[in-house]
Design a binder for this molecule. Structure first.
Ligand code: BGC
Length: 395
């Protein structure tokens, strides 16, 4: 089995605006984090202060030897009210894109990573009629800055997860939240709207030659318990496959894999008590990446794969290296079988705001001091940087 990766392979680390910027007061998550009956462990607050410290973040990515940085634009900053554009916010992201290029980094830019402006939610969110038009207007707004050096654009991050968590975004009913706990099936009107929004966005983005356009799907890595093959296929279909099929004509498919889901006749089975779990309580299962890549390749009918997220929430950095090593061996095996994989982007560059779970689950290659925001690369960051520089996955 080969342990060499091709020249030009994208090696990177990822973040998302709401998880690292701080002070994103104008989006739906900030609102949810501050509800009296919130189920968030803590609010995002200043996050990693990357709104001000983005240059330091880019310096770290480049110094480690990675060649790619994936980050997202915060729609609620760019369009604080419907149709009202913040030139200053656009300029900020323009500088970030140029900052990547100045350091020899490929910017992989996500247009929407879970958060939407408050006005979007107030107007009914994705499921409301006209949501694709609203997203299209935002895409038109950001297109000029994307055209200044972005290599890959991810329209919408994990639309399947967004559809599964759509009910989070509805106004509070005072009823206890269904989260955390079991993940409901996707809200179909939201799923349909996201697929329509992706199609509209892709058309707009393709008006500029040179932009590779795709979206990133949360890989469920569904495995059937004995005798539950049909139930597992149905589970995968609604929660993942329809979103992969919507990517059949895309330039790439973003694969994001962390763990697996074992499905029995009545749905997902709990992780056995004795199994190793990560800080997000997920099964430690680094083989997920290879299986996710093979599934995405098959289901899209051979769309080139870009691994846009893969990682582990752990306080034990040696476990992060073990996890990523196994994941990368699996990725290489998939490539040996002819799957066209263009890059590996680790989640995450920084220990950051892990949504409902707050700051406890640490996914970062780089630690962030919660008082001073000082960044300290962990051994895993240097380990991944060496692989990126040499193209060699050594044991
Ligand atoms: C998301 C990230 C998140 C990560 C770990 C993905 O679902 O895109 O925002 O932090 O997984 O949970």
């Amino acid at each position: 089995m080969s342990s060499t990766f091709p020249n030009g392979f994208l090696w990177g680390a990822a973040t998302a605006s709401h998880q690292v910027e701080g002070g994103n007061v104008n989006n739906d998550f900030w609102e949810m984090e501050h509800r009296p009956d919130t189920f968030f462990a803590e609010p995002s607050g200043d996050a990693c202060d990357s709104w001000h410290r983005w240059e330091e973040d880019l310096d770290i990515v480049a110094e480690l030897g990675l060649n790619t940085y994936r980050f997202s634009l915060e729609w609620s900053r760019i369009e604080p009210e419907a149709g009202e554009v913040s030139r200053a916010a656009l300029d900020h992201y323009r500088r970030m894109i140029a900052g990547c290029r100045d350091r020899g980094l490929n910017p992989v830019v996500t247009l929407q990573h879970f958060t939407v402006p408050r006005w979007m939610t107030a107007g009914g969110g994705w499921a409301a009629s006209g949501s694709a038009d609203r997203f299209a207007r935002y895409c038109e707004t950001v297109l000029p800055i994307l055209a200044e050096g972005v290599s890959h654009v991810c329209t919408i991050n994990e639309p399947n997860l967004a559809a599964m968590t759509a009910q989070l975004h509805l106004p509070s009913t005072g009823e206890p939240s269904p989260f955390p706990g079991s993940m409901p099936p996707p809200h179909q009107p939201t799923a349909d709207a996201l697929i329509a929004a992706h199609a509209r966005a892709t058309e707009i983005l393709h008006s500029r030659p040179g932009l590779a356009v795709g979206w990133t799907v949360a890989s469920q890595v569904v495995q059937a318990a004995p005798g539950a093959e049909e139930a597992a296929a149905a589970w995968s279909r609604r929660r993942e496959d329809i979103f992969l099929e919507a990517a059949k004509n895309d330039d790439f498919i973003g694969v994001q894999a962390y763990t697996r889901t074992v499905v029995g006749p009545d749905g997902a089975l709990p992780v056995p008590e004795t199994t190793e779990r990560t800080l997000t309580d997920w099964e430690y299962y680094p083989q997920a990446l290879e299986q996710a890549v093979r599934h995405a390749w098959r289901t899209t009918g051979g769309v080139p794969v870009l691994v846009t997220e893969n990682g582990i929430a752990t306080a034990d950095d040696t476990r992060r290296i073990d996890y990523a090593r196994t994941a990368l061996h699996g990725l290489r095996a998939a490539m040996d079988d002819g799957i066209d994989v263009r890059g590996y982007i680790h989640w995450s560059l920084l220990d950051n705001f892990e949504w409902v779970a707050g700051y406890k689950p640490t996914f970062g290659l780089v630690a962030v001091d919660r008082q001073t925001f000082a960044r300290t690369p962990k051994p895993s960051a240097h380990w991944l940087g060496t692989i990126a520089r040499t193209g060699q996955l050594a044991d």
